[in-house]
Design a binder for this molecule. Structure first.
Ligand code: AMP
Length: 398
């Protein structure tokens, strides 16, 4: 790693200001999923063990610079306290004298969680004054919020101009190292599987992966924009007509590397809200009926993709192969998850990048079998594009 990490600095007695990603879901004042809290535990426990005094900061939801009662961090402090079996102090303000006083009063090993960063407009504006006010809360800065490193926000980027050293926590370090293995010298063949609803949100990652992978397998709603670009009937399927030219460009660039499904699962009825589909049938990609929705990849495609993935030494996967939220059209996604788990069993490096594919993987109970399941959504994609991200660029170089 080119940047300093939490293992490289002396933390004894230091007041450590830690940017975490505690953007959890809350219901009736309780945290409903503590996955993101658990992901930060290794860093917090390391700080406790080193006798550091710990100030945690995060955003929660989208308050857009206003105080939103339902986005306060109080319930998060409680849930974190339970996980750590200790008191996590909470202060209902983000910056200012009261927060500084509380931070200064911390004893070694004690933890303070400050109020939601996005109650202040300065956060998303990467504002220097706000960053400076935050920086007063710590003597060293640790970023452990991989989910936001692609954002030039005050607590992620600007802040490091005012508090040094700025280092990576364990979660961020692990993400950078694991995803970095795909970018730098991966064992080959290296395969990518890209799915999801729309091609428009994945263009840059597809383009950049095409330069580096041996095969790129496509699935999900985005495939119909490619079929449309080929002049085929796509029925009622999701198509982004304004992106057909781009789809052609990607196909030209990809050549034989870029692989599209040979068969798809279609239905004349599809109601996402009600989670309902009608009678399903499998058709070749050139035979989609005009009155049907394409909803998943077909069995021939699943078998072909599984064969290709079996040969892989490295695989990166982002985005579901079909409407996996509905049982009848989840098969393609589940089978790909299984193929990755199988490849892992054979010693391949498998990386699942963020968002919906992680949900699908968890639903299939296969997360444990994957080399690295990324905690980021947008951040994972941008990392894989090889972009330098503001939150990583801002850290202290070795
Ligand atoms: P994304 O957030 O772009 O990764 O897309 C995930 C969403 O794509 C999921 O909610 C899927 O239901 C949806 N999706 C996948 N395949 C299709 C399809 N064939 N038609 C419509 N939506 C799809």
């Amino acid at each position: 790693m080119k940047k300093l990490s939490i293992d490289d600095i002396d933390l004894t007695n230091k007041r450590a200001l830690v940017r975490v990603d505690f953007n959890v879901s809350l219901k009736d004042g309780r945290v409903t999923n503590d996955k993101r809290l658990r992901a930060a535990l290794p860093t917090i426990q390391k700080l406790q063990g080193s006798g550091a005094r710990i100030v945690l900061m995060s955003h929660l939801g989208r308050p857009k610079g206003e105080v939103l009662e339902e986005a306060r961090m109080g319930p998060v402090a409680q849930a974190l306290g339970k996980l750590l079996n200790t008191t996590v102090h909470y202060v209902p303000e983000t910056v200012g004298p009261m927060v500084e006083e509380k931070a200064a009063a911390l004893k070694p090993g004690e933890i303070l969680l400050i109020e939601n960063l996005r109650f202040h407009k300065g956060e998303t504006k990467n504002d220097a004054e706000f960053a400076q006010a935050l920086a007063r809360l710590g003597e060293v800065y640790i970023n452990d919020a991989f989910g936001v490193v692609h954002r030039a926000h005050a607590s992620v980027a600007k802040i490091t101009e005012f508090v040094q050293p700025a280092v990576a926590g364990y979660l961020l370090k692990q993400e950078m190292e694991s995803l970095g293995r795909v970018l730098e010298n991966p064992e080959r063949p290296l395969m990518a599987v890209i799915g999801g609803a729309k091609v428009s949100t994945k263009i840059t990652v597809i383009e950049s992966l095409l330069d580096r992978v041996d095969r790129l397998l496509l699935g999900g709603g985005m495939i119909f924009t490619f079929y449309k670009a080929m002049g085929l009937e796509t029925g009622q399927s999701l198509v982004e007509t304004e992106f057909t030219e781009l789809a052609i460009r990607l196909m030209q660039k990809g050549g034989e590397k870029l692989i599209l499904p040979s068969d798809v699962l279609v239905s004349p009825e599809f109601d996402f809200k009600a989670r309902k589909v009608g009678q399903l049938s499998t058709v070749g990609f050139k035979e989609i009926p005009a009155d049907c929705y394409g909803l998943d990849i077909g069995p021939e495609t699943i078998a072909g993709y599984a064969r290709i993935l079996e040969e892989a030494r490295s695989i990166v996967w982002n985005g579901p192969m079909g409407v996996f939220e509905i049982t009848e059209t989840a098969r393609g996604t589940t089978r790909i998850a299984e193929a990755l788990a199988f490849a892992s069993g054979n010693g391949a490096l498998t990386i699942v990048g963020g968002g919906e594919s992680v949900t699908a993987l968890e639903a299939a109970g296969l997360s444990e079998k994957i080399t690295h399941v990324s905690t980021g959504g947008g951040a994972t994609l941008e990392f894989l594009e090889g972009k330098e991200m503001p939150g990583i660029a801002a850290l202290t170089a070795r």
